[in-house]
Design a protein around this ligand. Sequence first.
Ligand SMILES: NC(=O)C1=CN([C@@H]2O[C@H](COP(=O)(O)OP(=O)(O)OC[C@H]3O[C@@H](n4cnc5c(N)ncnc54)[C@H](OP(=O)(O)O)[C@@H]3O)[C@@H](O)[C@H]2O)C=CC1
Ligand SMILES: [Fe+3]
Length: 456
Amino acid sequence: MPEGDMAKPLLGHRSMEGDPSTMPAAGRTIGVLGSGDFARSLAIRLVCSGFKVVVGSRNPKRKAGLFPSAAEVTFQAEAVKKTDVIFVAVFREHYSTLCDLADVLAGKILVDVSNNTEVNHHKESNAEYLASLFPACTVVKGFNVVSAWTLQSGARDGNKQVLICSNNQEAKRTVAEIAQVMGFTPVDMGCMSSACEIENIPLRLLPAWKIPILLALGLFLCFFTYNLIRQVIHPYIREQKNKLYKIPIEVVNTTLPCVAYVMLSLVYLPGVLAACSQLYYGTKYRRFPDWLDQWLQHRKQIGLLSFFCAALHAVYSLCLPMRRSHRYQLIETAVKQVMWKKMNIWVEEEVWRMEIYISVGIIALGLLSLLAITSLPSIANSLNWREFSFIQVKLTFSGPHTDHGGQRLTCHPSTSLLWHGNCKLCTGVKGKPCRSTPLRAPWSHGTPHPGGDTER
Ligand SMILES: NC(=O)C1=CN([C@@H]2O[C@H](COP(=O)(O)OP(=O)(O)OC[C@H]3O[C@@H](n4cnc5c(N)ncnc54)[C@H](OP(=O)(O)O)[C@@H]3O)[C@@H](O)[C@H]2O)C=CC1
Ligand SMILES: [Fe+3]
């Protein structure tokens, strides 16, 4: 999406805390076509927000009992006549059945709330399809990213953002005002061509995490196989010893830190590569190759997965003495000691090695936790840039800090984890975005820009 079309709050900085009744949208009559789950939740929310609601159903008598008494439930044509803004809470497949209403709908605003079952299911978006069926109406896409549940329980739970797009600015503003009175944050997604993108959002599953998770699983599999061969298969082949019992805990436990180390190094490596590339080309104004850019943008997820593996390793390690096999081994050692008539098996060097080994492990996990916690947007936002850089860079790794200006630069590529929300290191100004790639809306590729203000 061109930068000009970038998502932006629709109603500027107007406070949402104010009395809804003082807002121009409140008090007006809103129509809802359909009487399903979404229509019901929408009607409840609209009534609670001070709107008059008229529901259009094919069978109003049967459906009236499902709606709050303040909402009027009537036939579709009747409902449409009473209002200028109509939410079409009907599936795309049934849009054509509304064509009989074309005359009464003419000149009105239709809000398309529909979703699809697959990404890019149809050639044109549902909203564009609705607009083609009703050329005399103004269609606005919106509210599809909030579930019926979120609507009913209010904007306190779930996502507060409502993404809106339309070719008509005035209609978009009207719907945005309604969303705001309902307690949501309307976000302008530009013109109708963005509808397809908005419709795909609810269907995406952790897009920013896909590559890091696959990477972690791949590494886990490799190290697990290696450790399995070393700890189970090799002793069996060499000494015919059955060590299968080691698989669920010991093999997994030795695998986890290997994955954590490699993942952690993969957080730092792209920064070093980016710095090398800048040195090699002698300019900071050259765009990084796509693979490196993608890698840089996934550092936060890779870092958090590394922390997850390290935390699991700590838990597994704490549970090692709980195992029955461990108790048997202890008793076996004690018996052997008695049989050998050995009073003291204390080996000073071994003792020290283990004490230091565990202590360093605990400190490493502590530092990693600190990095992970400060990378969370809510915590990162509470730190000033100096505190943030102290924790994220000085405590871990100090690399060259690249300068930047324009869109071609990666912010401080080599300064480590930078699992940051807003790029404080670059500008020193909290919340001011720096850009490594043209700033895209968070949903455009699923990965918030590492230094952008689009982080969610
Ligand atoms: N449920 C959710 O959480 C969300 C739903 N949506 C969207 O909202 C829309 C409605 O979803 P939802 O309420 O869950 O669906 P439901 O199946 O619960 O309701 C659909 C409604 O469409 C009406 N309708 C109108 N014409 C027809 C027809 N020809 N055949 C069948 N039904 C018709 C029916 O009302 P009547 O019989 O009174 O005419 C029916 O109650 C969909 O487009 C969906 O993608 C979007 C976000 C979340
Ligand atoms: Fe360890």
